[in-house]
Ligand binder design. Structure first.
Ligand code: SF4
Length: 244
């Protein structure tokens, strides 16, 4: 039986009531213990990712980590993903890439981001992740409330469509993230030093000025603030590609 609907909602509510004031490590441990090999941590290997990845590796270095390699990432991110995974001893980092057919039909010139960022994110992020999450019942994210926007209301545990979603760092401040990284001597993403506090694809990421929101450099100048992987799928995604 698929895990969805009322069953997900009721378990998410019960877990949130129990874990909403817990430390991130306790939340991670609860997710891993509850869902076992049906839990996955989705990481961008971005500006703050080392903290959650380090915590997870301390509990279970064999945890499944899903990394969306959109084909549009900075070279520094790809290098960082390899170096950080090796440093933390993570054994199961999976690189998720867009389907060739989707790119050939919808983005043959690799410039869809210029005309339709939502469609571009759909084929490069949403669809690859949806495919990888088939069979996964517990989804661990790195989102925090201090990122602002819709994330201001982020729960520690929330209901996804087919997963319970755990946000172990939801309650943490930027200062707590930085203190943890310093305490454990975690390497920073190389672009942080160049003014990038949030890092996605190169066409859609800019450095920010002092005092701006952490995510102000993402899709700057447009209304878009999220790539869509955390947005409820009200409509079926555009019909692209085949099965994997
Ligand atoms: Fe495309 Fe930009 Fe979305 Fe990356 S962030 S998938 S380049 S629209």
């Amino acid at each position: 039986m698929p895990y969805e609907g009322a069953e997900v909602m009721s378990e998410a509510a019960e877990l949130n009531a129990r874990l909403r004031d817990a430390e991130p490590q306790a939340i991670l441990r609860a997710a891993i213990e509850r869902f076992g090999d049906k839990v996955a941590l989705v990481s961008s290997f971005g500006a703050e990712s080392a903290v959650l990845l380090h915590m997870a590796a301390q509990i279970d270095p064999n945890i499944t980590v899903l990394f969306l390699d959109t084909g549009m990432l900075f070279g520094q991110t790809l290098d960082y993903r390899k170096q950080l995974a090796a440093r933390l001893g993570l054994t199961d980092v999976r690189d998720l890439r867009p389907q060739f057919q989707d790119l050939a039909v919808h983005d043959p010139s690799a410039d869809l981001w210029k005309s339709d960022t939502n469609a571009c994110c759909n084929i490069r992020k949403v669809l690859p992740l949806d495919r990888a999450l088939a069979g996964i019942e517990g989804w661990i994210t790195g989102r925090k409330r201090f990122h602002g926007g819709d994330r201001l209301r982020l729960q520690v545990v929330e209901q996804g469509e087919h997963q319970v979603k755990f946000n172990p760092l939801a309650n943490w401040s930027k200062a707590q993230i930085e203190a943890y990284a310093a305490e454990h001597d975690l390497p920073a993403h190389p672009l942080v030093a160049f003014g990038y506090p949030s890092i996605g694809c190169w066409p859609c990421t800019q450095p920010v000025q002092d005092g701006e929101d952490v995510r102000a450099g993402r899709w700057a100048g447009s209304q878009k603030t999220e790539c869509g992987i955390h947005t409820p799928r009200a409509e079926p995604p555009i019909e692209v590609g085949g099965d994997i």
